[in-house]
Structure formats: C-alpha cells, structure tokens
Design a protein around this ligand. Structure first.
Ligand code: AMP
Ligand code: MG
Length: 353
C-alpha cells in the first residue's frame, strides 16, 4: 500500500484533501490526522473491520481500546447508554479539548473498537483539521495515537510516516501539534470522576467543574511499581510503555547540583566508551560540557516542554545514544502529565539530589 501524504497546513484548510480523506474513511480505510494532543490513526468507529485494521497497523494489543473522536455533543449521547450529568458539565468546560471521557456504551460502537469493554472513551479534539474531517466524513472516528505500539506518540506527520508508511491509506499533514502529550482520560462510570491518565487538563481544573475528583490508584507509581498494587483501569496504562533505546535516568534537585551531577556521570560514561544524551532546558544547555545535548524547552514555558518531549526521545533513538540523562520537569500545570510519561520511559529510574 502506498501511503498518500496530504498537506493541510495552509489556511483555509485544503478542502479537497479533507474530502479525499473522508472518502477513505467512509470506504473503511485508515487516515492519520493531527489533533491538538498528538496525531491520531483514524478509522470509522462504527466499522469493526476498520478498528481491526487500526490494531493491525499499529501492532497494538487488541484489548487496548480506541478513543472515539466526535465533533458534536449529541454524538456522545448517541453512543452511550447512561450519560451522567457530569459529562455535559465537563464538555461545556473543556470540549473541544484534550479531555477524554469514559462512559457506558450502547450497541452503536462495536466491541472491536472498545477492546471488548462495555464502556467507550470519547473526545472532541480541538483542531480544525480533525473537526473538519469528522464533519465532512460524517463518521465518528476511532483513533489511537498514530505510532507503532511501543514507540513515542507522534507529534509531527514525519513521525507518523516513519512508523506507518505502507500500512495506512493516508496522512493529513497539519504540521507540528499543539500540546504534544495525549489527552487526560477520566472515568465517568463510577460515582466520583476518576483520572485514568494525566494530561493537560489537570486535577485542579477538573475539580473546579465537578467538585470531587479521584486518581486511579493503579497509575500512582514509585520506584518499586504502583504504590497500591492495583491494576490501572485504562488498559493502555498497563502495558510496558515506550522505552528509549538508551538507558534513561531522571535527575532531580537544585539546578546547579543537577547540572554538575550529570556532567560528572557523563564524563565517566564517555570514558567507558558510552554515547550519552542529555535532555536540557534553554537555561541549562550551555552548562553541560559533553554528550549530545538536546534542548527540550524553556522552564518558564512549560507547554514547550510537553510539546518537544516525544520528538526529543525519537531524536535520541536516531542518534543511537546508550545512556540518557534528563532533568526533572515537575512543573505546576502540566508537570504531572510530563513526569508520568517521562518516568515511564525511564522505567521509574530517578536520582534525587
Ligand atoms: P491512545 O489513543 O493511543 O492514547 O490510547 C487510548 C487510551 O485510552 C489507552 O490508554 C486506552 O487504554 C484508553 N481507553 C480507551 N477506551 C477506554 C475505556 N473504555 N476504558 C478505559 N480506558 C480506555
Ligand atoms: Mg498511544
């Protein structure tokens, strides 16, 4: 299969490309498209075969459910069996946006799309290309991240191409995505709203809208594993996640100490013939003395850090480093989500100074 790449970066969006991609979806094919979080690999969510193709293209375990992307609140009503009042409140506050809601499903969405679960995860993305694709195709679009399972989520069309060229019908190239981390997932099927995956919409923002909010005990980790021993409720959070080819360690503490510890370790590693990569910020990059130093962003602009994380991890795989040191980014707003992904990539390996 030849994967057609269509440029939709211009304004207004090239509607011919949207129409062509819509036709592919209506015919049961797969199209990768940009959202504000990461690129999604889309198929018609009501079509079992399309969902099977998504799992196959990604090499994704078939019990890891897909998120259904919609452009109107009524579509959520049309696929859920009981919709709690909190759904409307959260949609009013955060949709279109990086919040996925898990609700009880009815028969409209097949089990192939939900990995066999009686619940369905739904989101309205805040990206004009994604919304016009949903509208033009008339499909609700099942879309997990458009990467090969086990690789960092794609934040650029070139990442999608690297992983999925030859395996999917088309890619809509809308440039680099906005946020760069996957959506926050909340479970609305229990009495209290529960965060199943941290993302840009954080606990405090959710509390302002619905009052009490819990976090799934299965996703709270320390260096020995989950602190509760509970299984994460979102199947995707159970899988061994992306691990870079280089051995990643996160070093946290006062900036000066972190820089000098990383410099010392790098010097030793390089003496031992290792190739070392360092994830630095704009403020610290010049203070590192050796190794491949990549700047993730600026601490004063925490969105820049989320935005560049996956791209940097892909770059280190390409350079082929043996060891990676990263500063810690427990920043106030989106830091929980950044650290959740970074700690997973590091297998929870941290040095605290
Ligand atoms: P991705 O789109 O690749 O970020 O993956 C979708 C994420 O949503 C995975 O972590 C899934 O396990 C999670 N998810 C999708 N549907 C459900 C559901 N019904 N219940 C819980 N988690 C879900
Ligand atoms: Mg994913």
């Amino acid at each position: 299969m030849i994967t057609k790449v269509m440029d939709v970066t211009g304004e207004p969006i090239n509607i011919e490309h949207i129409k062509e991609a819509s036709q592919i979806l209506k015919n049961g094919g797969l199209v990768a498209f940009p959202t504000e979080t990461v690129y999604g690999l889309g198929g018609d969510a009501t079509d079992k075969e399309a969902s099977r193709k998504i799992y196959q293209a990604k090499g994704r375990p078939s019990d890891n459910p897909l998120i259904v992307h919609i452009s109107k609140f009524e579509q959520l009503e049309s696929i859920s069996s009981q919709l709690p009042e909190t759904a409307k409140k959260l949609a009013d506050a955060f949709w279109p946006g990086p919040l996925t809601m898990v609700v009880n499903k009815n028969e409209v969405i097949p089990y192939e799309t939900t990995g066999g679960l009686d619940t369905v995860a739904v989101r309205m993305p805040n990206n004009p290309v994604a919304l016009s694709l949903i509208n033009e195709s008339g499909c609700m679009i099942a879309a997990p991240s458009a990467n090969t399972s086990g690789r960092p989520s794609p934040t650029k069309a070139s990442h999608v191409y690297e992983d999925l060229a030859g395996k999917i019908d088309a890619i809509l190239d809308g440039g680099s995505v906005d946020i760069g981390l996957e959506s926050t997932i909340v479970d609305l099927t229990e009495d209290v709203v529960t965060i199943l995956r941290p993302g840009y919409i954080n606990m405090e923002m959710l509390k302002e809208v619905v009052g009490e909010v819990k976090i799934d005990p299965g996703i709270v980790y320390n260096d020995k594993g989950t602190t509760s021993g509970a299984r994460p409720k979102a199947p995707g959070m159970r899988y061994k996640h992306y691990a870079p080819k280089g051995d990643l360690t996160i070093v946290s503490g006062e900036e000066q100490k972190v820089v000098s510890a990383i410099n010392d370790m790098t010097a030793t590693d390089m003496k031992n013939g290792k190739k070392v990569g360092i994830i630095a910020t704009a403020a610290t990059a010049e203070k590192y003395t050796a190794g491949s130093i990549l700047v993730i962003g600026n601490r004063d602009d925490e969105k820049s850090i989320a935005h560049n994380l996956y791209d940097i991890l892909r770059q280190f795989d390409e350079i082929g480093v043996d060891i990676i040191y990263s500063e810690s980014f427990a920043t106030p707003h989106i830091g929980q989500a950044i650290m959740n992904r970074l700690l997973k990539a590091a297998g929870q390996k941290t040095i605290e100074l």
